[in-house]
Design a protein around this ligand. Structure first.
Ligand SMILES: C[S@@+](CC[C@H](N)C(=O)[O-])C[C@H]1O[C@@H](n2cnc3c(N)ncnc32)[C@H](O)[C@@H]1O
Length: 284
């Protein structure tokens, strides 16, 4: 995959950020387990179905989908990042009905009209041309096939983004602001715009709703704050300013202090999260 309209994202997800995601994959999957449940609850994958997992990353959603469709079905985990897809491949190595495909969703040359369902957990917000990418997903679906995905709602509705960013910026300064609706974690935060992209990509019955779930960490507020300084909002600021260990620890401590209000009596930390849940159908 030498030429792609999404080379910046490919390089981001194939470099240290993607590798960090691989290294922290178990912790990330526990954190985002309810988001996977949300997608699968709305997608309802059934035995024998053929499923495309878009931006599958390390394959957590693909593995759950493979369990749901069983050996008579098939799951294709597809992603632009080789290290992440290699991880998905390794995790699915004993599952004959799960494969991986390294491709840019926007331009992937996959067979037409081959899949019943396209699903994604946070893998569809990074396209330079979202309508073109959704059109290419629609092309892969059978007539009447569905797409179901989760994307982040705006950061102001998500303490998981708002709090780490606030503390990292307070310690280090403001990195260049990402313009709204540009490729990135908040690329589909505007739910109306996300619906428009699906419609412009050729989908019918487009529906978007905001759902509240919880992101979880088993090691309480400190464990959660530590993860935020390795992947996500605080990490972006830390990377930009090349912050030293001392500054990172100070940021982590401040995030942990504020996350403490989300701790549960069992020692876990559960942060409410607003998720844009989108569903649509390829015209029959
Ligand atoms: C936030 S991660 C989510 C990974 C996975 N879905 C999960 O929930 O663990 C976003 C994923 O989208 C992938 N991605 C970004 N742009 C892409 C593109 N144009 N085509 C395919 N995958 C892409 C990244 O490589 C990354 O694995």
């Amino acid at each position: 995959m030498t030429d792609t309209p999404n080379a910046t994202e490919r390089d981001f997800w194939s470099g240290p950020s993607g590798q960090s995601w691989v290294a922290n994959q178990e912790e990330m999957d526990r954190q985002m387990a309810e988001v996977a449940d949300l997608v699968l609850h709305h997608a309802q994958p059934g035995p024998g179905q053929r499923i495309l997992d878009i931006g599958s990353g390390a394959g957590a959603l693909s593995l759950l989908a493979a369990e749901a469709v069983g050996p008579s079905g098939h799951v294709l985990a597809t992603d632009i990042s080789k290290p992440l897809l290699d991880c998905a491949d390794m995790r699915g190595r004993t599952i004959d009905h799960m494969d991986t495909f390294l491709a840019d969703t926007q331009t992937a040359d996959w067979p037409a009209a081959d899949y019943d369902l396209a699903i994604s957990r946070f893998g569809v917000m990074f396209f330079a041309d979202p309508a073109a990418a959704f059109a290419n997903i629609a092309r892969a679906l059978k007539p009447g096939g569905r797409i179901v995905f989760a994307a982040w709602a705006p950061p102001q509705d998500n303490p998981f983004w708002r709090i780490p960013t606030k503390h990292a910026v307070a310690h280090l300064g403001q990195p260049p602001k990402i313009e709204p609706n540009q490729p990135g974690p908040m690329g589909l935060a505007d739910i109306e715009l996300a619906c428009d992209h699906l419609t412009n990509g050729g989908f019918d019955n487009v529906e978007g709703r905001v759902e509240t779930i919880h992101l979880r960490h088993t090691d309480g507020a400190t464990g959660f704050a530590s993860l935020c300084c390795r992947i996500g909002a605080a990490k972006r600021v830390i990377n930009h300013f090349e912050a030293d260990e001392k500054a990172q620890q100070a940021i982590e401590n401040d995030i942990a202090a504020e996350f403490a209000r989300f701790e549960r009596p069992d020692g876990t930390c559960a942060i409410p999260a607003a998720i844009n849940l989108l569903t649509a159908t390829k015209p029959a």
